[in-house]
Design a protein around this ligand. Sequence first.
Ligand SMILES: NC(=O)c1ccc[n+]([C@@H]2O[C@H](COP(=O)([O-])OP(=O)(O)OC[C@H]3O[C@@H](n4cnc5c(N)ncnc54)[C@H](O)[C@@H]3O)[C@@H](O)[C@H]2O)c1
Length: 306
Amino acid sequence: MSDIRFDDRVAIVTGAGGGLGRCHALELARRGAKVVVNDLGGSLDGTGGNSEAAEAVVKEIEALGGEAIANGSSVSDEAGVKKMIDDTMAKWGRIDIIIANAGILRDKSFSKMTQGDIDLVLDVHLRGTFMPVHAAWNIMKEQNFGRIVVTTSSTGLYGNFGQANYGAAKLGVVGMMNTLKIEGAKNNIKINAVCPIAATRMTQGLMPDEVLAQLKPEYVTPGVMNLVKDDAPSGMILSAGAGAFSMARIVETEGVFVGQGEGLSAEAVAAKWDQITDVATTKPAFQSGGEHGQNIFAAVAAGMKG
Ligand SMILES: NC(=O)c1ccc[n+]([C@@H]2O[C@H](COP(=O)([O-])OP(=O)(O)OC[C@H]3O[C@@H](n4cnc5c(N)ncnc54)[C@H](O)[C@@H]3O)[C@@H](O)[C@H]2O)c1
């Protein structure tokens, strides 16, 4: 198997001053990429900030013999993100890879969650993923090359107590990916999602120490390198933790035609509930909204025939 290399590639990693982002940035640099290390450097709940964390990782990359620049902007600050993109273009003239990784938490049960907790988490994770990707999109299109990773979470895919704000944002980035994989295809822009589990300040105290010891952030990064390599897939959700990797998918059952007009009622749907929800009929994941529509019309056609 050939080495995965990023020579002459320029990569931006957001939230790369610590945790998973730092590992991604270091590994990209080890494999030849020039790296923009972005980090606001604030606390876990999104308060405060300075560029020291990003600068420290730049020093680590330089100590490895790599090239990097620090950027202390918030990913949800439009002017700051524009400056990050402009500075990258001024320094290296291209943007090949974006790993949108920055994040914060404002966990609370829904009844205690304030509008501020909702807005800030959506701002950092959802707008903060859109903004750098959007600002670099036309550059990637012109280059006919782009590799993007968004960072989702088991909370977005499946749910976790106290994280309604975070879960909504984390599934939101998957929604963005699903469309950009289609829009980017003709310009060789590939976009994927990583669903990590790692011992960082985000998961401190959530699991016993012996479990956290297995969850080194370094054990997620090799999967992410496969999502940004030249022959990366597109539209994939890769789960990664403790050195184990799997693929997550959104799937639907085959479906059943209940009726139209007078034959269709709430009771008629209830009568077919077992067939509608029969997981034994689960279809392979659809690649676009169009395929979802075809599944519905296949059920209609089968029902009308039968
Ligand atoms: N650790 C896990 O198990 C886990 C699980 C699922 C998803 N994630 C996601 O992985 C990503 C990385 O998290 P982590 O575990 O390494 O946590 P972390 O707190 O160590 O890293 C997040 C980094 O993002 C930076 N950041 C926060 N707000 C920012 C902003 N507005 N602009 C720029 N930088 C900002 C922080 O300063 C921090 O360095 C996050 O998106 C997180 O939601 C982590």
